[in-house]
Design a protein around this ligand. Structure first.
Ligand code: GTP
Ligand code: MG
Length: 178
């Protein structure tokens, strides 16, 4: 008999890092250069045939970057079982914000057993490799481990690089906990 699992996953990170673009690429296979800031929160759903007896309903919560300064995240984070934490590889300030987002997450939501929810780190816009932080990135291996992420990926919503891999990594860790 088929069983269904509903997974609430948060997509967080500073303004303009590409959260909405990553979700649009993953769910609808589309990309737009046009930037329209998310207001509050948006939702998307993707169905995954996980194994022969399990369908995963992946509910992606696209949280506006500006919400870091608001006080709604406690409400949005409730019942989440995992998170994608995103920064923009071309803007150092968005990388510095990663730990603020991770801290906000861990202070407001946890698994039933009290452990932090699994989180994967995404360095997005890796198609713009000539600019920005890339020379500093080998250190991310340590950064990821030290700050409790289950993995990290360089991604591009524009060129469809590593989006599926990053989300699969997250879903696998979520499914492994329970
Ligand atoms: P907020 O909703 O304000 O928090 O922003 P966001 O994180 O949802 O960013 P959004 O997806 O709207 O993308 C911001 C801008 O970056 C848009 O102009 C996108 O086209 C662009 N962008 C997103 N992902 C990529 C990428 O992988 N590569 C490049 N070159 N541009 C990208
Ligand atoms: Mg957005």
């Amino acid at each position: 008999m088929q069983q269904e699992r509903l997974l609430k996953v948060l997509v967080i990170g500073d303004l303009g890092v590409g959260k909405t673009s990553i979700i649009k690429r993953y769910v609808h296979q589309i990309f737009s250069q046009h930037y329209r800031a998310t207001v509050g929160v948006d939702f998307a759903l993707k169905l995954l045939n996980w194994d022969h007896k399990t369908v995963v309903r992946l509910q992606l919560w696209d949280i506006a970057g500006q919400e870091r300064y608001g006080n709604m995240t406690r409400v949005y984070y409730r019942e989440a079982v995992g998170a994608l934490v995103i920064f923009d590889m071309t803007r150092a300030s968005t990388f510095q914000a990663v730990l603020k987002w991770k801290g906000d997450l861990d202070s407001k939501v946890a698994l039933g057993n009290g452990r932090p929810v699994p989180a994967v780190l995404l360095g997005n816009k890796c198609d713009q490799l000539s600019t920005g932080l890339c020379s500093k990135l080998p250190k991310l291996e340590n950064f990821t481990r030290d700050h409790g992420f289950v993995g990290w990926y360089e991604t591009s919503a524009k060129d469809n690089i590593n989006i599926d891999a990053a989300i699969m990594c997250l879903v696998e860790s979520i499914m492994a906990v329970e």
